[in-house]
Design a binder for this molecule. Structure first.
Ligand code: SF4
Length: 344
């Protein structure tokens, strides 16, 4: 065993997070769902989504057979929607190419949409006890601190070095337990601010502890001013129904229902008369909401428009009218639900 794994495995048994639902199983499907949900999302946010998801789709088959909308509905509010689309696409591939059997080979897992090296490593080690390293955000933080890596981990050469470190510290047995211990240490002891070094089982091997570098490692991502994209959203309401269009699969909110969106401000009167064949409407509240994504900001200018002509609900072919009762639990992005709440 490496010095680190020697300390970490017994520590995990005693002090690790042994009660999370995905830690009580070696079912690769359940581990996969949890690993994907936990990318960029905290455990406490993931828990209710995970429970609902695996109750509705308890195995690969049920997920593969599901309708896009049902998958997106269960993901609504969790963000980073490409994760849900990739899970769904991968389930279909497992169902067709692997005859519904969850792949056990690292390279097969890596070939599936949305499964990178760390996720494949986590599934192989946790479900099949294979000797595969992991390097998620928590584990990167642990290794950069232990080895005193002062450069930002997003640089390719630094990431390459961290993978080498991850490889070389793998034990000779108990690969799943060891990887779980690393994740637990990063999540509960080697936390971002004020790590609890005095309670850390590997503090004697840790350069950041010895040289007091925990405030400067890991190095933050270099700041870059985010671009702002401006879009115009029109919220058409007719009685208790609102008009939506489905976002294309690629891009933000892919596969979810959103308001009609335009790059430029509309001449509403002309647009409504041409597309919804009525002049019987009122312009209501306007507003602006700014959403910050990983690479840019979206400034959403929105306007609520009330149509009084019921015919409008039958006319517009590329949209879909949804009753307000359907919206709370439907496949809509969180900002769309937030804006709608003002008008319901
Ligand atoms: S000693 Fe501190 S900085 Fe080093 S790994 Fe442990 S918690 Fe992290």
């Amino acid at each position: 065993m490496s010095e680190i794994s020697d300390q970490l495995i017994p520590w995990q048994k005693k002090f690790g997070r042994n009660n999370l639902p995905w830690q009580e199983t070696i079912n690769p499907y359940l581990i996969w769902i949890s690993e994907v949900m936990l990318q960029q999302t905290q455990v406490k946010t993931v828990l209710p989504y995970y429970q609902k998801f695996i109750t509705t789709f308890p195995n690969v088959k049920t997920l593969a057979m599901a309708h896009d909308d049902s998958v997106m509905r269960l993901w609504s509010g969790l963000g980073y929607y490409a994760r849900a689309r990739n899970l769904h696409a991968s389930a279909k591939i497992i169902d067709s190419k692997f005859q519904g059997k969850f792949p056990t080979m690292f390279t097969d897992l890596l070939s599936l949409p949305g499964i990178g090296r760390s996720t494949a490593g986590a599934i192989c080690s946790l479900a099949f006890n294979q000797k595969t390293p992991i390097l998620d955000g928590n584990v990167k933080r642990v290794f950069t601190r232990v080895y005193g890596v002062k450069d930002w981990a997003g640089v390719t050469s630094v990431e390459k070095r961290l993978w080498e470190i991850a490889e070389k510290n793998l034990p000779e047995t108990k690969f799943g337990k060891y990887n779980q211990a690393l994740m637990d240490l990063g999540a509960t002891v080697c936390i971002k601010n004020k790590p609890i070094c005095l309670k850390c089982p590997i503090n004697k091997s840790c350069k950041s502890f010895l040289y007091n570098w925990t405030d400067i490692i890991p190095a933050p991502k270099p700041k870059k001013e985010k671009l702002t994209k401006v879009s115009y959203f029109y919220i058409f309401q007719c009685e208790s129904k609102f008009l939506f269009s489905k976002k294309p699969k690629k891009g933000i909110w892919g596969g979810l229902w959103s308001f009609l969106e335009f790059n430029e401000m509309l001449n509403v009167k002309q647009w409504v008369s041409k597309n919804l064949k009525t002049n019987n409407f009122s312009l209501l509240e306007k507003g602006v909401m700014t959403i910050v994504f990983t690479h840019y900001k979206l400034q959403m200018h929105y306007q609520h428009i009330e149509l009084r002509d019921l015919k409008s609900q039958e006319i517009f072919p590329s949209g879909s009218w949804h009753d307000k009762g359907e919206i709370e639990n439907g496949a809509y992005p969180t900002p769309v639900k937030k804006i709608l709440k003002k008008f319901m």
